[in-house]
Design a protein around this ligand. Structure first.
Ligand code: 4NP
Length: 154
């Protein structure tokens, strides 16, 4: 069982969508039993909230089920998860700041993207709906390759 945690700032836009897309990929491939997934935010502003309505809408449009409640990243997540997948460099730095060291499995989501126009999944919170489809496309590509990496390494 591989344990994967997706992390952004608020845990209402990017990381719930990343988790939902990864879950959808493993469900379709019959790999559900091999993974445990979750998502969290480095900030506490939206704890307890459902995903942003724009993330719910873009998931629905792309036929991906999404259902989560925001929670904050805690240092104990480092012990529980094999991979901690940060959406941007600020999340990555905040995770190291919160724990005091770099976990071996701390990676950036776009390390796995084959379109290399940026290292980051852009924060869509203050933008329009188009930003959410762009985030969806980035997350879909990145998670497809991330899952390939995870299943081919053992
Ligand atoms: P997320 O987006 O990190 O992708 O969930 C954000 C959500 C909320 C805020 C910023 C980014 N905020 O400032 O409240």
């Amino acid at each position: 069982m591989q344990k994967i945690l997706f992390v952004c700032l608020g845990n209402i836009c990017r990381s719930p969508l990343a988790e939902a897309i990864f879950d959808d990929l493993i469900n379709h491939k019959g790999l559900k039993d091999r993974f445990l997934t979750d998502s969290a935010g480095t900030g506490a502003y939206h704890v307890g909230e459902k995903p942003d309505p724009r993330s719910i809408e873009v998931a629905r449009k792309n036929n991906v089920p999404i259902d989560s409640r925001a929670r904050q990243f805690v240092p104990e997540d480092y012990e529980k998860f094999d991979y901690i997948v940060a959406m941007d460099q600020s999340n990555y730095r905040n995770i190291i700041h919160a724990t005091g060291y770099k976990h071996d499995g701390l990676v950036m989501m776009r390390d796995y993207d084959d379109v290399k126009d940026s290292l980051e999944v852009p924060d869509p919170y203050y933008g329009g709906d188009q930003g959410f489809q762009e985030v969806f496309d980035i997350l879909y590509r990145s998670n497809t390759n991330f899952l390939k990496f995870l299943t081919e390494k053992d």
